[in-house]
Write a protein that binds this ligand. Sequence first.
Ligand code: ADP
Ligand code: MG
Length: 387
Amino acid sequence: MSLVKPLKKLVSCVILDLDGTLLNTDGIVSDVLKVALVNYGKQWDGRETHKIVGKTPVEAAAVVVEDYEIPLTKEEFLTQITPMFSERWSNIKALPGANRLINHLKSHGVLMALASNSPKSNIETKISYHQGWKESFFAIVGGDEVTAGKPNPEIFLEVAKRLGINPSNCLVIEDSLPGVTAGKAAEMEVVAVPSLPKQSHLFTSADEVINSLLDLHPEKWGLPAFQDWVAGILPIETWHIGGPVVRGFGRGSKVLGIPTANLSTTGYSDLLTEYPSGVYFGWAGLSNHGIYKMVMSIGWNPYFNNTEKTIEPWLLHDFSEDFYGEELHLVIVGYIRPEVANFSTLESLIAKIHEDRRVAENALELPLYSKYRDDPYLKSPLLQNNL
Ligand code: ADP
Ligand code: MG
């Protein structure tokens, strides 16, 4: 069977946004604003994040000063919070798929550039903590090097000029609305990777909207394809997560007929924001039982439309009873697909989840993934119970 994907457009360079696209800056932003607003007796509301993503620092400061009635000018407020940000730069993590994308394009000699609304010196400091990034970019343009930041196209046009490439041969990758608007105004191809949940519908001007960098298919743009997908799944750097199983709402098991062990979200909500919503698989160690294959979703759950991001592991074994309160450790080793919001029927969603289960079951037989069954992290809850 040959799968020919339609080619969208041939491009010869990739222009990346930094905050929210390559770096998980959102967590840092809410951290800083939480602390900064306490001084004025105000409480930062995370739902406001969408008003500031993609803006220049001074515009973002203006939004906060106005919405929270801070008795300062936007410049004064910015001066106050700037050192709080700088302190945290060394801790901003690369988003999943960022290193993979940079290394891939670099190894194939694809021209790459950075275009960010942050001042150039801030960009350089932020990327200095990420090995190999600075050398990967042929050009880096900051908001202070142009007369107007995104959504104005000037930043992107400046990049094209420095690269000596026609704007229409550039592919922009952006998480924010101002960034997408700027890219289209520069007449470039634009892939949107929204950093905030449930925003995809706002990105209609983008040429494509994807769930995370893991879902980018460079071959659609005439660029070299990733070679790391094997049989429809993507191996990922393993990650560990665990805790006691808590009582859920019984919806997954009762409505879908698919029991998923609920982990409390309080302990690791930060960790979850770093991971793109989607379907993953790996191994599960359950304290009074043993080690099992596992398939899970991370996200808001398109069917139940949750307000909080959750993690829902389905242990691939027939348990005769609940195991609330038991310690559950997960080792996640691979990615199957993005979370899809538009299943036409409940039956089609259930069928898809069963297909995910088969994919996971088979994959976990491969040495690449089966070896993680021996990960000590899985055994630790069992040892506590002398199993
Ligand atoms: P929901 O289906 O919404 O998560 P419940 O919490 O009532 O609601 O149901 C899931 C519970 O079922 C888990 O917490 C766990 O104790 C139990 N369970 C039984 N079999 C499995 C399984 N194969 N995988 C995960 N959990 C299971
Ligand atoms: Mg559940």
